[in-house]
Ligand binder design. Structure first.
Ligand code: FAD
Ligand code: SF4
Ligand code: SF4
Length: 463
């Protein structure tokens, strides 16, 4: 019988006062009973608006129907036909703007919890299904993938399934991109990412870590000397931006990328970690996206007494996922909205002592359609803090562009590609994910990696 409750089944989570002191996963996942009950809220709409809202077109009504029947493995097969990282996407997709944002149950109540169901199915499969990944027969073609984030992994996976000999070149010592160095353990356990990478390896994909393409080897050398017939560039957008205000070089100022890399990849939160990190008492995180929420919640877990999100627009414009904002609030993160820093002030030893801020108000909409923040007159004030984490965006690193002949990029650094295929200005070279769009989402990066894999396959079979 259909479940006509206007509300989603609640997600069991660690209590806020407990979880703010540990790095274990916050959301604990549905039980089988909760998943089946939630699946029964789906109306199996013939026009499938939810699927149209998913960037990789997961067959949502079909997989949910299998969950409702209790056939979780059948549900997994349906999801994994189009989504190679369901345990990741179920956890981190901004569902409210994508699949769930289009769900008809959302008109008079809450949408079906599509993301939570996807996570449940993927976790169930990982815990229960027999693993027998077959190494596909080689087709004799070699493809290089630069970067092991979601775009690179998705591209490598799809090509490996078709028999390509794929090598993923990764600058860091651990593969996974932002999934391992950016998004914290309490939101995305690293064992999940490691499982995905293990299954790629079982399909024959080689991961060459500690290899900076553009330094260790160039894209041109990969093609001319190493025998790679095509290259996919999925090198992300890891170069942090700063505000260029006085005091940004003081001790105790981090970019969010550096702070999170120390915490996640270098495990600074573990008691026996050798990674230095400043355990501040009052932390101000400047920005309002997922990255800012992750930095703020990590700072709390490292023992900060007060953590502020300093954001120049209002709650309505906050770009972070709704669930992360909710979790941050529950854990005690303080939101200083309509506030912008203009200077970071030192103490007598050159450490951060405070931030001078101004209050903002929202004016007319700008080019992005969002109301432009303007400074309120005579609103300057001091915010006491001993650490500032800048989280105002990132852009692609110029290294690959500067070392690859004939690769065209936009002025801001994004690689220029053909929209449907990811084909760049250089023959045999494709690109996708944040390296093309600037900082975006896991699922869009994955979708771009898959589209490029299809185009590379067509290119090499027609060659
Ligand atoms: P990346 O994940 O950035 O991977 C690129 C990889 O390429 C990296 O491993 C990098 O080391 C490597 N690389 C770079 N240059 C070279 C080189 N020259 N040679 C070799 N390797 C190289 N998205 C969501 O959908 N939901 C979220 O909740 C969310 N939260 C986020 C939280 C944080 C802290 C951050 C930083 C991002 C978040 N995002 C989120 C965005 C999302 O993670 C990215 O859009 C996505 O990871 C982009 O994937 P990608 O494959 O393009 O690049
Ligand atoms: Fe929704 Fe993301 Fe899953 Fe697509 S991949 S159905 S957008 S959670
Ligand atoms: Fe089910 Fe919502 Fe999709 Fe309709 S729109 S099929 S109710 S998930």
């Amino acid at each position: 019988m259909a479940n006509m409750s206007p509300q989603k089944n609640e997600m069991p989570t660690q209590a806020p006062l407990v979880r703010k002191n540990n790095f274990a996963e916050v959301a604990l996942g549905y039980t089988e009973e909760q998943a089946i009950d939630e699946a029964k809220r789906c109306l199996n709409c013939k026009h499938r608006p939810c699927t149209a809202g998913c960037p990789v077109s997961v067959n949502i009504p079909e997989f949910i129907a299998e969950v409702a029947k209790g056939d979780f493995e059948a549900a997994y097969r349906i999801i994994s036909a189009t989504n190679s990282l369901p345990a990741v996407c179920g956890r981190v997709c901004p569902q409210e703007n994508q699949c769930e944002g289009r769900c008809v149950r959302g008109i008079k109540g809450e949408p079906v919890a599509i993301g939570r169901l996807e996570r449940f199915v993927a976790d169930w499969h990982n815990a229960n299904a027999e693993k027998s990944v077959q190494k596909p027969q080689s087709n004799g073609h070699k493809v290089a993938v630069v970067g092991s984030g979601p775009s690179g992994l998705a591209c490598a996976g799809d090509l490996a399934k078709k028999g390509y000999d794929v090598t993923v070149f990764e600058a860091l010592h651990t593969p996974g991109g932002v999934l391992v160095y950016g998004i914290p353990e309490f939101r995305l356990p690293k064992t999940i990412v490691a499982k995905e990478i293990d299954s790629l390896k079982s399909m024959g994909v080689t991961i060459a870590a500690n290899t900076v393409v553009g330094r260790t080897v160039s894209v041109d050398e990969l093609m001319s000397d190493e025998g790679f017939e095509a290259v996919f560039i999925g090198s992300g957008a890891g170069l942090p931006r700063f505000m260029n205000i006085p005091g940004e070089n003081l001790k105790g100022v981090y970019s969010a990328n550096e702070y999170l890399t120390r915490v996640n990849l270098m495990k600074a939160y573990l008691p026996d970690s050798q990674t230095p990190i400043y355990k501040a008492k009052k932390v101000a995180v400047v920005g309002g996206g997922n990255v800012a929420m992750d930095a703020a919640r990590s700072a709390l877990r490292l023992g900060a007494e007060e953590v502020y999100i300093v954001y120049r627009r209002s709650m309505e414009e906050l770009p972070a996922r709704a669930e992360e904002v909710e979790h941050a609030k529950e854990e005690g993160v303080i939101f200083r909205l309509l506030t912008n820093p203009i200077e970071i002030n030192p103490d007598e030893n050159g450490f951060v002592k405070s931030m001078t801020c101004v209050e903002m108000e929202l004016g007319e909409p700008d080019a992005s359609g969002r109301r432009k923040p303007v400074v309120k007159e005579n609103s300057e004030f001091e915010l006491e803090c001993d650490c500032v984490i800048m989280s105002i965006g990132t852009s692609p690193n110029p290294l690959i562009k500067s070392t690859t002949a004939g690769l065209e990029t936009h002025k801001w650094g994004g690689i220029i590609v053909e929209e449907q295929t990811g084909k760049t200005s250089k023959d045999g070279v494709y690109a996708g994910g944040d390296a093309v769009t600037g900082a975006a989402t896991v699922i869009l990066a994955m979708g771009a990696g898959k589209a490029a894999a299809k185009a590379i396959d067509e290119y090499l079979t027609q060659k």
